[in-house]
Design a protein around this ligand. Structure first.
Ligand SMILES: C[S@@+](CC[C@H](N)C(=O)[O-])C[C@H]1O[C@@H](n2cnc3c(N)ncnc32)[C@H](O)[C@@H]1O
Length: 155
């Protein structure tokens, strides 16, 4: 998690691809597991941004529960974009099932069969808007990542 100059906006720690737009505003950051964010008070964040993280954490349910806990009621917004397990009947789902046993070893703990949209939906946010889409995949080896979601939630 990173903290902005204003002290009110935090974004997830991560690789540079999706973080640079926040860099100008960052003054400090905290490294740790998102399953356990006890250093942050309840209802203390205006926004939590989570991109391609729920595929990699040990316990997605615990992470979303913590995100919900730290978000400010009504005004706080959880923004997310994640690759997910494809729908039943989608060919990508078969590829994901085949690749899953080896994928986390090859790609730093990333899992292909996560139902992250359902995890977020079932966390009990008052507002929860989730859109499924297909990621543009430039290389065949990355095809299992094709199925994705983005959305917002607030409590
Ligand atoms: C696929 S990378 C995505 C990085 C970045 N969010 C992005 O969109 O480019 C997955 C990230 O999840 C982080 N991660 C893995 N397990 C985690 C955990 N339990 N809590 C917080 N972050 C975790 C990894 O350190 C890694 O930076």
């Amino acid at each position: 998690m990173r903290r902005s100059r204003s002290g009110s906006k935090k974004v997830p720690r991560g690789k540079p691809q999706t973080v640079p737009k926040y860099e100008d505003n960052l003054t400090d950051y905290i490294c740790g597991k998102a399953e356990q964010m006890s250093q942050f008070a309840d209802d203390s964040f205006d926004a939590v941004v989570c991109t391609l993280v729920l595929c990699a954490v040990d316990n997605p349910e615990a992470v979303v529960k913590e995100i919900k806990r730290v978000l400010r009621p009504k005004v706080g917004v959880f923004y997310f974009a994640e690759h997910v397990f494809a729908r039943i009947g989608d060919g990508t789902r078969v590829i994901q099932k085949v690749a899953e046993p080896i994928w986390p070893t090859l790609f730093y703990g990333c899992h292909l069969m996560r139902e992250s949209g359902e995890v977020i939906r079932e966390a009990g946010f008052k507002v929860c808007k989730i859109t499924r889409f297909d990621l543009h995949i430039p290389s065949p080896i990355m095809y299992p990542l094709r199925s994705a979601i983005y959305g917002i939630a607030s409590k």
